[in-house]
Design a protein around this ligand. Structure first.
Ligand SMILES: Cc1cc2nc3c(=O)[nH]c(=O)nc-3n(C[C@H](O)[C@H](O)[C@H](O)COP(=O)(O)OP(=O)(O)OC[C@H]3O[C@@H](n4cnc5c(N)ncnc54)[C@H](O)[C@@H]3O)c2cc1C
Length: 1091
């Protein structure tokens, strides 16, 4: 029933949650008794703009600083800098342009923070964006009422010109009789002249008007002139914004550089304005509208019913409005004889028996009220359809605050924390209700809640499925296999979120929990997980605003883990281990709901853009769900008994090695000795011999292939690279690729976690692949032969993780088949590209295309004639927050405008046929559908792409080193100098020992990183990944260098792979990001976590 009703909602509104929307105490009865002619002496209200009609720059600055991790207060401090002659005030007087202001302002901020650049452009964009610069609805309503009473309205604003030469005025001009802007007049508040100008234009005396502003000095000057100002509540101390000669001349000095600035609270301001004017400014109930024709209900019989119910005698009219939301069960606001009520009814027409069970809502609210849970006070359930056509119930309207934005903008961190704590406490209260005592034992089935829910949502999803979403398919298999073993049964709310709670206007206290449509008896942990959804969603998520990109510590909001711990503590429960399961299930459920909405939108109930967006959301949310499933899967892995270290057998050099078989036989692992009975999965397998039998067999197959096919082919492959034909692929490589494919030594790189069904790759864990990758790394050619070479591996993983089905069909499949190659274009010659936020190449929208312009270099593989795809990173929005400016586009290499300027060389090596190209992209037009994930997601993607890709380089570097050491050992045994083999020289022995130790150290670190990636995911392994990126290339350089030294001049020639190994190892100290950047990461994480 509940599920169906969710799906019935035509917009992305889940249920009728907003039925009782934000509303402070309001509406004086008889408000019409005052008119300005009859009672009020005022004839005009003058409004400041920023902070009164729209959000203040201070509030926007606070939000922006959090997003950009800029110290709090920087922007306000920079705005006030220089006082009257500072850039901000000069900008307000139009003495400098927006560009000039941003230049000076940016410089000021950089000086303050002692950093090279502060992206003030993005602050300005946010300040003037449509999202932020919106008039407060409560003010619009107030202005309408003021004008309806015949009073004038004016805007008196310190304002500025935008780069398009228009002033920044995101208001409907028709609402105002007079508009006075500082940039047009060349004077700013609190200069008295500008107030006088405004009064003059209104044709009024000071005492005939009221002035609203959010800055003390501006209000004081108005008051000094005789204008009425509103003394408002709720001050916060913020840096002084205005500091000029009038202020200084006219006011006693306030505490240095600090003034009490009003909190941006339009509701309170309107209340005070109402009091001053003597008439109501709030006629409408928020989020209501006149009742739709098709939704009308007979007023007379309703009025009669209500009079009987409430025991009132009134002749006054019954006021009826319909709430915007609540299409599932139509919901009405009623005002009758000073009583504010809400009526909720079943929809008209034939209904399925279990659908729209308003009786259940009535029942649960009534029962919970008796148990002390804050819920709206329900008055009566009327099941007699003759009254208004369907059964309904009536409850009291519950005024209070509903926080729709989970980041709780405008509140102090301690207040935010208190709000979340109150939310947690009320949830505990719901879950602690004694079912028997309140008569709710039969409110739902007892036990097996989660399995039932999984079945229900799978069914719902299947019913609305439009295409195969891989993550959903995996979840449908995974969820039933990971059901919780034990479940408690309590009342569950079913849609427990912050915006379903009505809070006390001043206290962090929940006055009412709304929206019980999905309530039943079930596993309470489902509610807890569901109430943390916002923690994992971005703030731009259209359906449910999230907070995953906010700095929660700075905001004072408990992280999801802490919120959950808080819950367990309050409930007296031990910490729940399968928390990730509950999160996976919650997101799966949301994905299923979104898919239903998508399906309906496809059938014409919404615009095509809307449909497309919703479709993407389903995929996005299902991927989030799968991320949790993966985490939970790894946890389960970790806890399997065989992963405990039991036995270890350890040999360093057990048998003689051939020159071409350099890897030592090590056999040690954190799993017991390999036997057919157990597998290595999830364990830290330190030696290939301890791999699970199938993977061990794969390893030996690869080793055999290397010995039989790859090493012997090296001389020919190398001479091809030195020949005139080098820019064409070697036919021998193509031949070897076919052979490797036939032997199943193909696409081994895709981690199991990204490809759990082994749809695209071999399904190896990172640890397993580490052993195979090291082996491939012993030859420069093997990775390509096995289709495991960079940059294709990273690009393929990117497509598997983030590509649409169409993108996969076009690009992934040919890459997986080894028919195409690809490149990744990020680095630019003109900027330090180790800091990817510097990237300047532009991606601009033009009709249904993106047009790219930019200059790139060091693009590995771009010269290869087989290269069909360039994964391009550029900026779509230079004004967005730093890590949201970049996007990733899939650019077909045959698109006009891609101009390869030259191949670059690494120590003189061209690395043909792929090479490393310098390239210009000139007006390259790419269809919009080639965008990966969406605009602004570039960083997210690059991180996902470069994580495993970079660890593969480290694995190969161990292979380089092993091969170099093996070659060195063979050489020093046979080469005689000064009467004895080189191997008998102490320095040579020391070099060999040093190399062995360094290789072993690095390998352990690589395996540890791989193991952590397997157990806890790439993010949790960030420190270990950075450590090996720091360690592996320089270790390899040293080991190879010692080998070269032992070889004498021959070591530098191309007769041996040493010179090429050395070149690559050196290059990888940049190509993988410079060593210093990895060191910085390690140090940062060390300082963050280990003090
Ligand atoms: C062989 C090879 C292949 C490559 N392939 C590709 C490719 O396919 N695609 C692609 O986009 N790019 C590729 N690159 C480019 C590579 O990613 C960049 O060279 C690398 O990111 C560094 O950027 P940069 O060269 O602009 O150096 P810069 O950013 O100018 O840095 C220069 C130096 O500054 C120092 N430095 C930087 N940051 C810090 C810090 N935080 N602390 C201290 N010192 C610091 C370091 O010493 C660094 O080497 C390749 C490079 C090579 C050598």
């Amino acid at each position: 029933m509940c599920v169906r009703s969710c799906f019935r909602s035509p917009r992305l509104q889940w249920v009728w949650r907003t039925a009782f929307l934000k509303h402070t105490q309001r509406r004086h009865q008889g408000s019409h008794r005052w008119t300005h002619l009859g009672g009020s002496t005022y004839r005009a209200v003058i409004f400041d703009m920023g902070g009164v009609l729209i959000p203040s720059p201070g509030r926007v600055a606070a939000e922006w600083e959090v997003q950009n991790r800029i110290p709090s207060g920087t922007i306000l401090k920079a705005l006030m800098e220089g006082g009257e002659n500072g850039p901000w005030m000069r900008f307000m007087r139009a003495e400098i342009t927006a560009e000039g202001f941003l230049r000076e302002f940016g410089r000021l901020c950089s000086e303050m923070l002692k950093t090279t650049s502060v992206p003030v452009d993005s602050f300005f964009s946010l300040l003037t964006s449509e999202r932020v610069a919106k008039q407060f609805p409560v003010m619009t309503e107030a202005i309408t009422q003021i004008r309806a009473k015949g009073l004038q309205t004016a805007v008196l604003s310190n304002n500025f010109y935008l780069p398009n030469q228009k002033s920044f005025l995101p208001l409907d001009r028709k609402q105002f009789d007079v508009i006075v802007e500082s940039c047009m007049e060349g004077i700013c508040k609190p200069d008295p002249r500008i107030y006088k100008l405004c009064l003059e234009r209104l044709g009024l005396q000071p005492s005939e008007s009221i002035f609203l502003d959010d800055l003390g000095p501006n209000l004081k000057e108005a008051a000094r002139l005789g204008i009425h100002t509103i003394k408002r509540q709720g001050f916060a101390v913020l840096p002084k914004l205005v500091s000029n000669s009038w202020a200084q001349a006219n006011y006693p000095p306030s505490p240095p550089k600090v003034v009490r600035l009003q909190v941006n609270d339009p509701e309170t301001a309107v209340k005070e304005l109402e009091a001053l004017l003597g008439f109501t400014l709030r006629v409408g109930v928020p989020n209501t509208r006149p009742v739709k024709k098709t939704m009308e209900i007979p007023k007379d019989s309703l009025q009669k019913y209500l009079k009987d119910l409430l025991g009132i005698q009134t002749t006054g009219p019954l006021e009826l409005l319909q709430f915007d939301h609540g299409q599932s069960n139509p919901t009405y606001y009623i005002r009758l004889a000073n009583r504010d009520l809400v009526l909720r009814k079943k929809p008209p027409g034939t209904l399925l028996p279990s659908a729209h069970a308003i009786e259940r809502e009535f029942r649960i609210m009534k029962a919970l009220a008796n148990a002390g849970v804050p819920v709206p006070n329900v008055l009566d359930l009327c099941e007699d359809s003759s009254v208004i056509g369907t059964p309904f119930y009536v409850m009291e309207y519950c005024p209070g605050l509903i926080y729709k934005d989970p980041s709780l903008p405008g509140l102090e961190p301690s207040h935010r924390r208190a709000i979340y704590t109150a939310m947690n406490t009320v949830l505990c209260k719901i879950h602690s209700v004694d079912l028997q005592a309140v008569g709710l034992e039969d409110y739902g089935k007892q036990g097996d809640y989660i399995p039932r829910q999984v079945r229900t949502w799978v069914k719902q999803y299947r019913a609305s499925e439009t295409s195969t979403i891989p993550a959903m398919e995996r979840l449908i298999e995974w969820l039933p296999l990971h059901l919780p073993r034990q479940q408690r049964t309590t009342v569950v709310h079913g849609d427990f979120r912050l915006d379903n709670l009505v809070f006390h206007p001043e206290e962090p206290e929940v006055l009412a929990v709304l929206d019980w449509e999905l309530s039943t008896l079930g596993d309470p942990l489902a509610d807890v997980a569901y109430s943390c959804l916002a923690h994992y969603l971005p703030s731009s998520f259209p359906v449910l605003r999230g907070i995953n990109d906010c700095d929660l510590t700075q905001l004072g909001i408990p992280a999801a883990e802490e919120y959950f711990r808080m819950y367990c503590l309050q409930m007296g429960l031990p910490p729940t281990e399968n928390w990730n399961f509950y999160m996976a299930f919650s997101f799966f459920r949301v994905a299923a709901i979104l898919q239903g909405v998508y399906k309906r939108s496809l059938t014409g109930q919404a615009s095509s853009t809307y449909a497309e967006q919703t479709g993407k959301l389903t995929e996005f949310v299902s991927n989030l769900a799968w991320d949790f499933a993966v985490k939970e899967g790894f946890r389960v892995f970790k806890e399997m008994p065989f992963t405990n270290p039991l036995t270890r057998s350890y040999h360093t050099w057990a048998r003689p090695q051939s020159q071409w078989c350099p890897t030592g036989s090590r056999s040690y692992s954190s799993v017991p000795e390999a036997s057919p009975a157990h597998t290595s999965r999830g364990g830290l397998v330190i030696s290939p011999e301890s791999l699970s039998p199938p993977v061990r067999e794969l390893y030996h197959r690869l080793k055999h292939f290397m010995e039989q096919r790859v090493y012997p082919a090296e001389p020919e492959l190398q001479s091809h690279q030195a020949s005139a034909a080098r820019w064409s692929p070697s036919p021998l490589i193509e031949d070897l690729k076919e052979k490797a494919k036939a032997e199943g030594l193909w696409n081994l790189f895709l981690p199991l976690e990204a490809d759990p069904e082994k749809k695209y790759g071999a399904g190896l864990t990172n640890v397993e692949y580490a052993h195979l990758c090291e082996l491939m790394g012993t030859s420069l050619y093997a990775p390509e032969v096995c289709n495991c070479s960079a940059p294709d591996t990273g690009n393929m993983e990117l497509l598997v993780r983030y590509g649409t089905e169409a993108q996969k069909a076009r690009w992934l499949i040919p890459l997986l088949e080894g028919k195409a190659r690809s490149c990744f274009a990020m680095t630019e010659p003109q900027v330090a590209s180790s800091d990817a936020t510097n990237i300047e190449a532009s991606i601009r929208e033009e009709d249904s295309f993106y047009v790219i312009n930019g200059h790139k270099w060091w693009i590995t593989g771009i010269l290869d004639p087989r290269c069909q795809l360039c994964v391009f990173m550029g900026k779509t929005d230079p004004h967005a927050p730093r890590h949201r400016q970049q996007s990733v586009l899939l650019v077909p290499m045959d698109t006009p405008g891609i101009k390869i300027i030259r191949p670059l060389t690494v120590y003189g090596l061209e690395d043909a046929p792929g090479g490393h190209g310098e390239v210009r992209f000139e007006h390259v037009r790419v269809p919009k559908e080639n965008m990966v994930l969406g605009p602004g997601r570039g960083f997210e993607i690059a991180q996902g792409r470069l994580g495993p890709g970079r660890i593969h380089h480290c694995m190969r570097l161990i292979g380089f080193s092993e091969r170099a050491l093996a070659l060195m050992k063979a050489r020093v045994k046979s080469r005689v100098a000064f009467g004895k083999p080189l191997v008998e020289q102490g320095t040579v022995l020391a070099d060999i020992a040093q190399s062995r130790v360094e290789i072993e150290q690095a390998r352990l670190l690589v395996l540890r990183a791989a193991h952590l990636m397997d157990l806890a995911g790439n993010k949790a392994a960030a420190l270990d990944i950075a450590m090996i990126k720091m360690v592996a290339p320089s270790m390899a350089s040293r080991v190879i260098d010692r080998a070269i030294q032992a070889f004498g001049a021959a070591g530098l020639s191309s007769d041996y792979p040493l010179a090429q190994f050395f070149t690559w190892a050196r290059a990888l100290r940049f190509a993988d990001g410079p060593d210093e950047v990895h060191r910085a990461t390690v140090a940062k994480l060390e300082l963050k976590h280990r003090i």
